[in-house]
Design a binder for this molecule. Structure first.
Ligand SMILES: [Zn+2]
Length: 206
């Protein structure tokens, strides 16, 4: 596996962030985005805290190590960097994308049994390894908190309880999805956001 350079990764992440903002999946300063630049030792390009995602460009990214310490760039790494690192560690992801969409938030607020189960929909096949609409995608819902160290531990636990999931929801907050590279992560976000909207609308939430 070859990794992107900082410039390649941040240009692609910034373009993704602007596209997601335009879709209404990351209003205001919501959402954050990362890509692995190296594995050993880990180097992660991650968006800086508080950036307006409509205007996000490569200058608004920093490089952090496996502990979330900033190595290059200006600005503070996103407050949620620990969650990105938890996903990279658990899944070997090459890119992690985090959105704050309306439908993901709506579903997360009322998910029975701490998960959103999705089945019977063709777009499930956009998720890596899924070959039939009969697949049941179980998206774990993790309780939200402003204690990001605790939240990262909850994310790690959910990822071990749901080894097959392609994304997870933070309750009342948003989606984390990932992929082996940015293209796969982006496909997963687009598929899951579509599926969330279909499920919510089918439940009569218009
Ligand atoms: Zn967030």
């Amino acid at each position: 596996m070859t990794f992107p350079s900082f410039d390649e990764a941040t240009a692609a992440l910034a373009a993704t962030a602007r596209a997601f903002h335009a879709r209404g999946w990351a209003p205001a300063t919501a959402g954050n985005y990362s890509a692995v630049l190296a594995r050993d030792p880990l180097r992660l390009a991650v968006s800086a805290s508080g950036s307006d995602k409509a205007a996000l460009d490569a200058s608004r990214f920093v490089t952090v190590d496996g502990e979330g310490r900033r190595l290059t760039g200006s600005g503070r790494p996103s407050d949620e960097t620990a969650l990105h690192l938890a996903v990279v560690a658990a899944r070997g992801a090459g890119a992690v994308l985090h959105t704050h969409s309306i439908w993901g938030t709506v579903l997360s607020q009322e998910a029975p049994a701490g998960e959103v189960a999705i089945t019977g929909l063709e777009l499930l096949k956009a998720l890596s390894g899924v070959t039939t609409h009969e697949h049941v995608e179980r998206v774990p819902v993790v309780a939200n908190t402003q204690d990001y160290t605790r939240l990262a531990a909850s994310v790690s636990e959910a990822l071990s309880v749901y080894p097959g999931c392609h994304g997870l929801l933070l309750r009342g907050h948003g989606l984390y999805a990932w992929g082996e590279d940015l293209a796969e992560a982006r496909r997963h976000v687009e598929a899951l956001e579509f599926l969330f909207e279909v499920v919510a609308r089918m439940q009569g939430r218009t």
